[in-house]
Design a protein. Structure first.
Ligand code: SF4
Ligand code: SF4
Length: 149
């Protein structure tokens, strides 16, 4: 795994969580890193501008590219979801139309685990949705609409 990009993303996430008022220990727990690493990040130590620049470039990619690249770097769904949720500022609203046949394909496609099946119909938690459109593009009945709000 290209460690410099992973470090850059964790640095950006650390800064965002600090802005939300989390303690260093809570940030460390959330991002699965040492508290001393959080301290280094917050004090600008042990992190290069290059790492930060690459990570910032990633956050400016399309939602789909940011998600897929992050997932390929971390190879862990849970930490990927955290990094995307923390570092992406856009908000999306997802809707499932009545034409949904409950095939479940979108559930498997969603790396953010924002979709489940309820009464044989897809249900999307918009709070978890990062707007990657993988579900919308993959749905065989065009039953998903995702919009940035
Ligand atoms: S992929 Fe489309 S049809 Fe299948 S469950 Fe999801 S929304 Fe419904
Ligand atoms: S757009 Fe679809 S696949 Fe992507 S995060 Fe939102 S619900 Fe999941």
């Amino acid at each position: 795994m290209p460690k410099h990009i992973v470090s850059g993303l964790k640095y950006l996430a650390t800064i965002e969580l600090k802005k939300k008022g989390l303690t260093q220990q809570k940030i460390a727990d959330e991002l699965e890193i040492d508290r001393s690493t959080v301290s280094h990040y917050l004090n600008g130590r042990n992190i290069s501008f290059h790492c930060i620049n690459v990570a910032e470039t990633m956050t400016q990619l399309s939602s789909k590219d940011f998600l897929i690249l992050t997932h390929s770097l971390f190879k862990n769904a849970e930490i990927t979801q955290k990094i995307i949720s923390i570092c992406q500022s856009k908000v999306f609203k997802a809707e499932v139309l009545d034409t949904c046949i409950g095939c479940g394909l979108c559930v498997d496609l969603c790396l953010m685990q924002a979709i489940n099946l309820e009464y044989l119909k897809a249900n999307i938690n918009s709070i978890k949705c990062c707007g990657c459109l993988l579900c919308q593009e993959g749905c065989p009945t065009n039953s998903i609409k995702v919009l940035e709000v």
